[in-house]
Write a protein that binds this ligand. Structure first.
Ligand code: UDP
Length: 250
């Protein structure tokens, strides 16, 4: 566990958890074992004073692009709304997993779903964060044709988060696909500009450009290693930090 005596590098964190974190490897669906493990990591970092807003993905259940080949009756926009609804299912599961271990939460949805979630209201969300509640942001942006990466980037700006943490199954950003190229190197830190120049994949393009334009650092790290979220919050070397070239030189 990260040293609790060191100050947090990032006080307000926008954590993007992709759908794959909600299930066992390549299995899809929901595994409460996996979710509980993530929840325990979240509890540790919240107990250390971090404010956490979490954007849930939905890919373990459904992604809109699965239906985008035009060969079936489901319209692309409808498929994306189905994907957004999937993120609400994940949000509900994460909420119960967190509350079960004593972490106060609120679920806010970008799509109105009044019986299970508050609507997303920026000022209310910030108030919850200030009170030490974890706010789970479901429903993506509420609009089709984008992904929850974009929701994470937009919400990070709205909520004035200090960082977007992208929890994935790889331990950072590589020069090439490490599964295919054994010589691929992992960056500890890399600038937004170099990511573009080298055409590296960090988040989807729209989300990446939003973070770059508004100078919101992105930390890509492996969520499967217990304690990584807290380490990252304390600025320990975990994963890859993507930021403005000037900030990386400090
Ligand atoms: N989605 C959308 N608008 C949003 C966010 C998500 O239409 O603002 C849909 C989109 O179809 C996406 C799906 O919801 O594929 C699930 O989200 P995502 O693919 O980002 O999940 P992840 O890959 O993070 O598990």
């Amino acid at each position: 566990m990260a040293d609790e005596s060191t100050p947090l590098k990032y006080k307000r964190i926008l954590l993007k958890i992709s759908g794959e974190s909600f299930c066992r490897d390549r299995q899809g669906g929901i595994s409460m074992t996996e979710i509980t493990r993530v929840a325990e990591d979240i509890r540790d970092v919240v107990n250390q004073g971090a404010e956490l807003a979490i954007v849930c993905g939905g890919g373990n259940i459904l992604r809109g692009k699965q239906f985008s080949d035009g060969s079936n009756a489901i319209k692309t926009a409808t498929a994306h709304y189905m994907g957004m609804t999937a993120t609400v299912i994940n949000g509900l599961a994460l909420q119960d997993a967190l509350e079960h271990i004593g972490v106060p939460t609120r679920l806010q949805s970008a799509i109105r779903m009044d019986s299970v979630a508050e609507p997303f209201i920026r000022r209310r969300c910030i108030r919850h964060l200030e009170k030490g509640r974890v706010v789970i942001l479901a429903g993506g942006t509420g609009s089709p044709f984008v992904t929850t990466d974009t929701a994470a980037a937009l919400r990070a700006r709205e909520l004035e988060a200090n960082v977007v943490m992208k929890a994935t199954k790889v331990d950072g950003v590589y020069s090439d696909d490490p599964q295919k190229n054994p010589h691929a190197i992992r960056y500890d830190r890399i600038s937004f500009q170099d990511v573009l120049a080298q055409r590296l994949q960090v988040m989807d393009a729209q989300a990446f450009h939003h973070c770059m334009e508004h100078n919101i650092p992105i930390l890509v790290f492996d969520f499967q290693k217990s304690g990584n979220i807290a380490k990252a919050a304390h600025g320990e070397a975990v994963g890859t930090l993507v930021a403005d070239a000037d900030d990386l030189n400090d």
